[in-house]
Design a protein around this ligand. Sequence first.
Ligand SMILES: Nc1ncnc2c1ncn2[C@@H]1O[C@H](COP(=O)(O)OP(=O)(O)OP(=O)(O)O)[C@@H](O)[C@H]1O
Length: 253
Amino acid sequence: MMLQVTGLHKAFGGVRAVDDVSFSLEKGELLALIGPNGAGKSTTFNLVGGQLAPDSGSVRLAGREMAGLTPRAVWRLGVGRTFQIAATFASLSVLENVQMALLSADGRVFSFWRRAADHRRADALALLESVGMAAQAERPCSALAYGDVKRVELAMALAHAPQLLLMDEPTAGMAPAERVALMTLTKQLARERQMGVLFTEHSMDVVFGQADRVLVLVRGRLLAEGRPEDIQRNARVQQAYLGSGRILGKHPA
Ligand SMILES: Nc1ncnc2c1ncn2[C@@H]1O[C@H](COP(=O)(O)OP(=O)(O)OP(=O)(O)O)[C@@H](O)[C@H]1O
């Protein structure tokens, strides 16, 4: 087991945001975390990524306890993360952005007198190749289509060769075809690199089309866990989503 989360609890005042959550994730697996608004998805993510410390419970990566470590320490142990908000430098080229990520992975800080442009150019190009962005390496990030920025961010997240990648709503704001393309690529990279991927997602076309397994959170508790086809048929899950209609419709909200 690559990631093992056991008995995780986190409360904010009287609100049990995450209430006795346990799950695991294998190498190369795409695991979707879904649930209605306020279910505890972001809190779970932040507990795994080190942005929050749990009240109790354990988060182990390849047997090592990570609960309570700082985000930087969690990152060093091999957990990468992409965010909803684009985290690229708009004025730098696509290639330079990936070179910056490599500098950071190597524990070196960008400085004006050591130009990122000299750092591991071939490795940066290889990362861009792996996400289909090598042809646009010299363009500034500001000139890219939104879907392409997401691919660059993926290449940047891969720069320190994470064992586990956390993706917080990776396809937010994308058109349906782009969403599926990005997650198909993510799945291919997960398989090739034997990297586990935990992602939150509101688009059910992505969840049911791409995830290997799905976790359903409702009011901080794990309501169901299983293969996409089983989750889709699960009566308790359908009931929990009644009202929002999200999980039942063929088309995403
Ligand atoms: N820093 C905080 N302080 C107080 N309450 C919080 C905090 N963070 C989350 N909560 C509460 O914990 C519960 C879970 O929130 P969380 O953001 O994890 O849900 P979510 O599933 O990510 O929701 P969404 O889909 O809307 O992003 C909610 O009731 C929320 O109001």
